[in-house]
Design a protein around this ligand. Structure first.
Ligand SMILES: CCCCCCCCCCCCC[C@H](O)CC(=O)SCCNC(=O)CCNC(=O)[C@H](O)C(C)(C)COP(=O)(O)OP(=O)(O)OC[C@H]1O[C@@H](n2cnc3c(N)ncnc32)[C@H](O)[C@@H]1OP(=O)(O)O
Length: 719
C-alpha cells in the first residue's frame, strides 16, 4: 500500500500504491503511519517526500469504506503526526490531490505540484465536508474567501491556480518526484515552525462577518435542500473565529452529522452510479468490455434548430470536424450566427480559441457523404425523420453510423429505412445540448453493440454522461415524465394551483416545479405530440374536450391552454403570466385560477384540499412506479441508469440520489402501500397501479438497491 525507499542518501520516499487512485483505505493509512515512523527513525534520513504511484498522488478517503465499520488508524491523527514531524515532509503532487489526499498534502510542510495536476476538496459533492482538518487548514493557508469557494463548490483547481492561491509552493513541468526530492534535500535543515499550517492565524478580510452572511445566503439559495454546503460554511466560519483545536472539534461535530446523514448516503451512491452506467450491457448480452467502438473523426448534424445547434457546438468544442446541414437558407444563416456566438462565448469562458473552423455548413444532405457518424436533429415528426434516414442511407458511406436525436420516437422504424439498420441508434441529447451533461444512447432491436459502443464513446468524448437504454416510447427519461406530468394536471383538476404544486416540488429540491418547467420548455411541444397521437382532440360525439381517453383518465388542461395561444414563457402566458414574451419571471395568474374554477365547474369536479404529502406522493411515486416498469421491461439495465438520467437530465436533486434510490430510502413497502391507496381512489389512472417488480421486491424482503438487479433478472426470466 505504501512503499518506502531511501533516495539520494538522505530522503525517505513514501510512495502510495493502491490503484486506481491511491485512496486512503485502512491499509493505506496503516502503511503511511508505519513508513513515516521508519523515515523519522532512520538517522540518515533528513527529509521525507510523499508521492503516489502511476502519476496519481491521492484521490482521498476510500469512499467504499464509508458504508461499513471504519477500522485502521484514523486520518486526522495520521495527518497531525506528519505535520508535527521533526523532519521536513514534502508532498509531490502528480495527477490529483483530492479530498483526504489534499488534506494529507496540507499536513505536509511543503507542496510541489506538476503543472498538469489538479487539487480540490470535493467532499461537499459526497454530502460531507473536508473532515480531516481540510476545513481548518485551507482557510489558514489561502484565506477565507478562496477556501470558502473551494470547499463549498468542491471544484478542482489547476496547479497554476493553486500556486496563485499559495496552496502549493512550486509547480514543475518536469518529473515531480525528482524535483520534490531535490527540494527536500535543500530544505532538510530549515526550521519547521513556520511550515505547520495549523499554527497559522486564519487570514480574514475585515468584513468577514458580511462575507459569511452573503456566502451562507447564496449557498442556502443554490443548495436546494442539500445540507453539506451549509455545514461547509459553518466549518470554515469555525476556522475564522476559533483557535485551531476548537475549530477541529467543530469540524468533527459537523462531519459526524453529515457522515451519518441520508444525503451523504445518496450522494455516495450517486458517485458510484455515475461510474456504473459506463459499464453498460444490452439484453443480448453485449457489454461495454467486450464491444469495441470505432473511432469517429468527422461527424454531421442534420437540422440546425435549437437541438442541432447545441449538438454542433458540443462536437466542435470537443475537436470533431462537423458538417452542419440545414436545408433552408434563412435558417442556415441564423443557425451559423447562433453557433458562432455560442462557440465564441464558450471559448472566452474557457480561455481558448473558438472552434469556428471545425464546422462546415451546407444546405445539401449530399455534403455528409464522407462522415463517420451523423446525428439527425430535425423536427420531431416520424414521417420527416424517416425521409431523412432514407436519404442518409443513400448518401453516406455504408459504414456510417446513423443516429437520431429523437426524444422518444421508435428507433426501429428509423433503422428500417436504412441499408444497415445495425448502425442506427438514438442519441437523445437534452437542451441546451452543449451544456446538459446527459445523453441517452438508445439501442433498437437491430442496433449492433458496435453502434452502441461508438455512440457511448462519442458521448464520453464530448463530455456527456451517457446511459445506454432500450427502445420504447419516450425511452427512460420522457417515459417516466409522463405519469409525473399527468399527476400534476390531475392535481389541478382536483383543486391544486400550479404555484402550490411547483412550490412542493421545488422544496423537495427540483430546480423548477413541473409547471414552471413546462412554461420554460413550451407547452406547444407536448401539444403537438398529443395531437399526433390523437389525444388532444375534442370528443367527436359532443365536440367537447373529454376527461377520458381509451377508458383512461385524461386531462385536456394543457391542450385548452394551447388553444388559447398560451405556450408558456415565449408567449408571455402559460401556467403563469410573464411581464412580456420571453421574460423568465413567473407570476401567479388570476386568469388561470378562474379558468381552473370554471373548468372544474363544467366537469362537476369538486375541489378538495390537497396537501404537500399528496402532491409529492402522487407526482413522485407514479414516476417511480414507471421506473420499476422500465426495469421490468429491460429498457434500463439497473436502477443506477434511471437515477443518473434523472439527476443529469431532469434536475432531480442529487442529494436524494435519483428516483429509484429515493424509493429505496422512503421504503419500497411504503411506496407500494401509497400507490395502492391512490390507485384505489383513481382506478382510471393505470400509472398508479403498482407494478409487478415493485411488489416482487417488497415480497423479497426489500433488498438494498445494489441487489435489485438479481430480483429484476428473476422477474424478467419469468416473463
Ligand atoms: C458515528 C459517526 C462518526 C463520524 C465521524 C466520521 C469521521 C470520518 C473521518 C473521515 C475523514 C475523511 C476526510 C476526507 O475529507 C473525506 C474524503 O476524502 S471523501 C473523498 C474525496 N475524494 C473524491 O471525492 C474524489 C472522488 N474521485 C474522483 O473524483 C475521480 O474518481 C477521480 C479521482 C478524479 C478520477 O477520475 P477518473 O480518472 O475519471 O476515474 P474514475 O472516476 O472512473 O475512478 C476510477 C475508479 O476509482 C474509484 N474511485 C475514485 N475515487 C475513489 C475514492 N476516493 N474512493 C474509492 N474509490 C474511488 C472509482 O469508483 C472508479 O472505480 P469504479 O467505480 O469504476 O470501480
Amino acid at each position: 500500500m505504501a512503499q518506502y525507499t531511501r533516495v539520494s542518501g538522505s530522503v525517505g520516499l513514501i510512495t502510495l500504491q493502491s490503484p486506481p487512485v491511491n485512496a486512503l483505505s485502512a491499509a493505506m493509512r496503516q502503511g503511511i503511519v508505519d513508513m513515516m515512523q521508519r523515515a523519522l527513525s532512520e538517522p540518515e534520513v533528513k527529509s521525507v517526500v510523499i508521492c503516489g504511484q502511476n502519476g496519481i498522488f491521492c484521490g482521498g478517503a476510500d469512499i467504499k469504506e464509508f458504508g461499513g465499520q471504519m477500522s485502521g488508524p484514523p486520518l486526522i491523527p495520521m495527518i497531525h503526526a506528519i505535520e508535527a514531524a521533526s523532519k521536513p515532509v514534502v508532498a509531490a503532487i502528480e495527477g490529483i490531490a483530492l479530498g483526504g489526499g489534499l488534506e494529507l498534502a496540507l499536513g505536509c510542510h511543503y507542496r510541489i505540484a506538476h503543472s498538469k495536476a489538479r487539487v480540490g476538496l470535493p467532499e461537499v459533492t459526497l454530502g460531507l465536508l473536508p473532515g480531516a482538518g481540510g476545513s481548518q487548514r485551507l482557510p489558514r493557508l489561502i484565506g477565507v474567501p478562496a477556501a470558502l469557494d473551494l470547499i463549498t463548490t468542491g471544484r478542482h483547481v489547476t496547479a497554476a491556480e493553486a500556486l496563485k492561491f499559495g496552496l502549493v509552493d512550486q509547480i514543475t513541468d518536469h518529473n515531480t518526484v525528482n524535483v520534490a526530492v531535490k527540494f527536500a534535500q535543500r530544505v532538510a535543515d530549515q526550521p519547521l515552525d513556520a511550515r505547520r499550517i495549523s499554527t497559522y492565524p486564519c487570514l480574514c478580510p475585515s468584513d468577514v462577518a458580511v462575507l459569511f452572511e452573503e456566502v451562507m445566503q447564496r449557498v442556502r439559495r443554490t443548495a436546494r435542500g442539500a445540507i453539506a454546503p451549509i455545514a461547509c460554511v459553518q466549518a470554515v466560519r469555525a476556522a475564522a473565529t476559533l483557535p485551531y483545536n476548537q475549530g477541529m472539534e467543530r469540524e468533527r461535530e459537523l462531519m459526524a452529522t453529515l457522515f451519518t446523514s441520508g444525503q451523504a448516503r445518496a450522494l455516495q451512491y450517486f458517485f458510484f452510479a455515475q461510474r456504473a452506467v459506463g459499464r453498460w450491457s444490452m439484453p443480448s448480452g453485449a457489454r461495454w468490455d467486450t464491444s469495441k467502438p470505432r473511432p469517429v473523426h468527422k461527424a454531421a448534424v442534420i437540422g440546425l434548430g435549437t437541438m442541432g445547434r447545441g449538438i454542433t457546438v458540443a462536437l466542435a468544442q470537443a475537436g470533431f470536424s462537423v458538417v452542419a446541414v440545414e436545408t433552408q437558407e434563412k435558417q442556415l444563416m441564423e443557425a451559423k450566427q447562433a453557433i458562432s456566438g455560442m462557440l465564441e462565448r464558450g471559448a472566452k469562458r474557457r480561455g481558448v480559441a473558438p472552434a469556428l473552423d471545425k464546422i462546415n455548413y451546407g444546405r445539401n444532405i449530399q455534403s455528409v457523404a464522407d462522415v463517420d457518424l451523423v446525428i439527425e436533429a430535425v423536427f420531431e415528426d416520424m414521417a420527416l425523420k424517416k425521409k431523412v434516414f432514407q436519404q442518409l442511407s443513400a448518401v453516406c458511406k455504408p459504414s456510417t453510423f446513423l443516429c437520431s436525436n429523437t426524444s422518444g420516437l421508435d428507433i426501429d422504424q428509423l433503422a428500417c429505412q436504412t441499408r444497415n439498420p445495425e448502425l442506427v441508434v438514438g442519441m437523445h441529447f437534452f437542451a441546451p445540448a452543449h451544456v446538459m451533461k446527459l445523453l441517452e444512447v438508445v439501442y433498437g432491436p437491430k442496433s449492433s453493440p458496435l453502434a452502441v459502443a461508438t455512440a457511448m464513446q462519442l458521448g464520453k468524448k464530448i463530455g456527456k454522461v451517457s446511459v445506454a437504454v432500450g427502445n420504447c416510447r419516450g425511452f427512460v427519461g420522457n417515459r417516466m415524465l409522463k405519469p409525473y406530468l399527468e399527476q400534476a394536471l390531475f392535481l389541478l383538476e382536483e383543486g391544486a394551483t400550479p404555484e402550490f404544486v411547483d412550490q412542493v416540488l421545488e422544496e423537495f429540491g427540483f430546480a423548477m416545479g413541473v409547471f414552471r418547467m413546462s412554461d420554460l420548455s413550451g407547452l406547444d411541444v407536448g401539444w403537438k405530440v398529443r395531437m399526433a397521437d390523437g389525444l388532444a382532440m375534442p370528443d367527436p360525439t359532443t365536440g367537447q374536450p373529454t376527461r377520458l381517453r381509451q377508458g383512461r383518465r385524461y386531462s385536456p388542461l394543457g391542450d385548452l391552454l394551447c388553444e388559447q395561444g398560451r405556450f408558456g414563457q415565449k408567449t408571455g402566458r402559460g401556467w403563469y403570466q410573464y411581464d412580456k414574451p420571453g421574460s423568465q419571471v413567473a407570476k401567479p395568474d388570476p386568469w388561470l385560477h378562474s379558468f381552473l374554477d370554471e373548468y372544474r365547474a363544467r366537469h362537476a369536479l369538486v375541489a378538495h384540499r390537497i396537501d404537500h404529502q399528496e402532491v409529492l406522493e402522487r407526482c413522485l411515486y407514479s414516476m417511480i412506479n414507471e421506473g420499476f416498469r422500465i426495469l421490468e421491461d429491460g429498457i434500463a439495465a439497473g436502477p443506477e441508469d434511471i437515477d443518473v438520467i434523472y439527476v443529469f437530465g431532469y434536475s432531480w436533486p442529487r442529494h436524494h440520489g435519483g428516483p429509484m434510490f429515493y424509493a429505496a430510502t422512503v421504503g419500497l413497502n411504503k411506496v407500494l402501500e401509497r400507490l395502492e391507496h391512490y390507485y384505489q381512489a383513481h382506478p382510471d389512472v393505470p400509472s398508479l397501479q403498482p407494478c409487478h417488480l415493485l411488489r416482487k421486491l417488497v415480497a423479497s424482503g426489500r433488498p438494498p438497491i445494489q441487489k435489485w438487479r438479481e430480483v429484476i433478472k428473476k422477474v424478467r426470466s419469468q416473463l
